[in-house]
Design a protein around this ligand. Sequence first.
Ligand code: F6R
Length: 597
Amino acid sequence: MCGIVGYIGPDNAAPILLNGLSKLEYRGYDSAGIAIYNNGKIEIVREVGKLANLYQTTDGGSAMPGAPGIGHTRWATHGRPSERNAHPHSTERFSLVHNGIIENTQYLKKKYLSKVSFDSETDTEIIVRMLQTFCDGGEEPFTAIAHIISEVEGSYALAIMDREHPEVIYAVKNKSPLLVGRGDGFNMIGSDAMAMIKHTNTFYELMDREFAVLTCDSVEIYTRYGKHVKREPFTADLDLTDTEKGTYPHYMLKEIEEQPVVIRRIIEEYTNENGDLTINDKILKDLKECDKVYMIACGTSYHAALVGCKMLESLAGKSASAYISSEFEYDMPILSQKPLFVFISQSGETADSRAVMVNVKEKGYKTLTITNVKGSTLSREAEHTLLLYAGPEISVASTKAYTAQIAVLAVLASCVAGKKCPLDLKYELSVAANVIEGLCSERDSYKELAREYVGDSTRCFYIGRGLDYFVCLEGALKMKEISYVQTEGFAAGELKHGTIALIEKDTPVIAIVSQENTDLHTRSNIEEVVSRGAKVLTISRSGLSMKKDSIIVGDVAEILTPLVTVVPTQYLAYYVALLHDRDIDKPRNLAKSVTVG
Ligand code: F6R
């Protein structure tokens, strides 16, 4: 959701910015722009639509020589997607790009900008106008930025250029992600490491309400009061190839097929020197001492949380419930005496989850974040973090992060259970990784099934019970978000309470049957829809399978079935989206990192 890149150094900035922005495309955007300093002027190009448009207008950047520069991909929040609303926004002196939402715009306009007319409908323009106004009033940019931080409410990551001082650029951060990249003779700003990894793997983290002054050779960080901060850089263990598609046509397909490797990596990362699965002692202590685990998450991560709660209850006898962040925030249930809050978030930046984090921390409760992104906001703000080790997930539709979340939650549950754990989880996880590998080798058959069962239908249903129902929710979300086929996941037993009215001739229904205590019940629900004309594609677990089932997944421990039954649902979504000629990695209206609430 909005991407920022900045560069100051001896090379022409535009090609570097365009490349950086291309690495941020996965976050979702609807327009893009760059500002480049050249010969006493700041030149700006902005385009609606794909980054390819900006590449074309600037001839890959070569039509815009000069440095420093800043660039932006915008995901519209205030003001529709248009050239006028695209960033950078500028005054005669400053150019600025912004990620986030300014909450007190009316107050700021009234207090500082009552005589100013605006070029755009964005909240961002207010900041650049304030900067100009403060500097016109005699402030230096340094103090004007500190002044802005003290006045502006909301979330903002900013990169700023000053036409009168092209030897510096500024980075400012509050609640929205932003990193500073340190190079040799150059420095960079980026929404995440991937935007800069081609040039450097050394980064400075900025804390909320801090800002940084970058020259070619230095990075200085300051608090909002202008006090200098000494901060050690960190190195990101990111490989450039992790961010490339390689021979795959889409990131989503690559990420689906990385799942066995990710599960094996999780086993390795969470194995101690005695060869046992382990998590940090302090986390374990808090988990054991709490009387209930509250899992907080959105979307796919929420679906993983539903499975995680079942794992905690069935493997470790620990009470656990999952909540959708945006619901929990406004409608908190009566809490237990000693709760522990577990935040599950691939990106670690999701605003809805963060709002809950802020709330429960204020109340003094303990917090653990399970995330793929080291150093992300939710990770920094929680007392504890467990990492997913899934590698960058670029496709907007989450696949490998979902299975990684479930695998890490399984490790967590088995560690809480300790010796009482009824499973050799390490072994069972490796079996699951092998089964997924087998499923991946069948990808061509899923393509055929996608065509045969869903084809050009405009709607589709997933049905299942228990853990299968949770996978149905995830399978349906995946299908609808990338193919735009309206798909709903139902608890199979609920069909007859209303939804079955929608079943007619050739309605696609995908049934999941992997749970021993309910397989026959789901089978009878399948019969109910078949007798009303539905085309039923059944995904079953070997051992519970029947001859006519379309996809049979290898046997895994029952509690781990979501890890494997989800894989065909990911492929089906992918191939249906391909049939419909959708923009698979960047579905419409969606962003990878939902940093607004
Ligand atoms: C769907 C998807 C989203 C995310 C949700 C939460 O494929 O990716 O539903 O799961 O936006 O994001 P994170 O996990 O980053 O908090």
